[in-house]
Design a protein around this ligand. Structure first.
Ligand SMILES: Nc1ncnc2c1ncn2[C@@H]1O[C@H](COP(=O)(O)OP(=O)(O)OP(=O)(O)O)[C@@H](O)[C@H]1O
Ligand SMILES: [Mg+2]
Length: 254
């Protein structure tokens, strides 16, 4: 049965999508069956996975707001992962679900339908703490919080932790914070190193992954080329972090 892991942070551009995709491919590379779920109307994960979001007729929006089965929208790519895609339609979902009973459980229904088929399900959230993110947290076993190694990230992390604790109290008592994943780390700057130290000090009860993802322009290039970071011709600093994280997740699961 799949471990369901949400990657969330309401701060934009901290590496949620990059982490979801490259972690997913790294898990598939070590033999895990992986489903990725795009819960962001920007469709960044869908694009990174090799698909043009706006060309897709049916997406996760249809599963959330109609009775479409997730199996009817599922895509597979050449890098070994399956995907429930999203596009701009999803931006209507929060509004349309407003008066629907159990509106926080729509993703849970989808997860329950598929979780026996996978080892890992990774959910990429949009940079907000609205109904879609709450849906993801309500359905998950664990949450990984990608945090950019810059001071302002620390404040945003506190707000996210407050929301997670509310979701735990009301919707999902088994939700566990797997850890903070430092991203966009520049070892040459004192600011980056200080932020890492500060994260450890400010959140002593939360696991800080030792696999810090270094900053590299190759990540943006790999997304533009719709290829995982491991396809780059040179060894990319930062890529190894996702491989190590994948191994840690597999070890913990078994
Ligand atoms: N380690 C890294 N080094 C350099 N650039 C990175 C790294 N990780 C991600 N990026 C780039 O930073 C930008 C933001 O990354 P990404 O889209 O993964 O963040 P996000 O948190 O999903 O953003 P959003 O909140 O908009 O969904 C992208 O251009 C991506 O290619
Ligand atoms: Mg994103």
């Amino acid at each position: 049965m799949a471990a369901v892991i949400v990657l969330a942070n309401q701060k934009g551009g901290v590496g949620k999508t990059t982490s979801t995709y490259n972690l997913g491919v790294a898990l598939a590379d070590v033999g895990q069956k992986v489903l990725l779920m795009d819960l962001d109307p920007q469709g960044g994960l869908t694009y990174y996975s090799g698909f043009e979001p706006e060309d897709l007729g049916k997406t996760i929006y249809h599963c959330l707001t109609r009775s479409t089965s997730p199996r009817d929208i599922m895509l597979s790519n050449d890098f070994g992962v399956d995907l429930l895609p999203a596009n701009i339609d999803l931006s209507l979902a929060e509004f349309q679900l407003m008066n629907v009973p159990a509106r926080e459980r729509r993703i849970t229904r989808i997860v329950n339908e598929l979780r026996d088929d996978y080892d890992f399900m990774l959910i990429d959230c949009q940079p907000s703490l609205g109904l879609l993110t709450i849906n993801a947290l309500a359905a998950a076993d664990e949450v990984i919080i990608p945090v950019a190694c810059e001071y302002l990230s620390i404040r945003g992390t506190r707000a996210l932790l407050r929301l997670i604790s509310k979701v735990k109290g009301s919707l999902n008592s088994k939700l566990h914070i797997a850890g903070l994943l430092p991203t966009l780390f520049d070892s040459r700057t004192r600011h980056g190193r200080e932020t890492l130290d500060r994260l450890a000090r400010e959140f002593p009860d939360i696991h800080l992954y030792p696999h810090t993802v270094a900053r590299s322009v190759r990540f943006a290039e790999s997304a533009a080329e719709q290829k995982p970071i491991y396809e780059a011709k040179v060894q990319v600093p930062g890529a190894l972090a996702y491989r190590e994280l994948a191994r840690e997740l597999v070890r913990k699961k078994s």
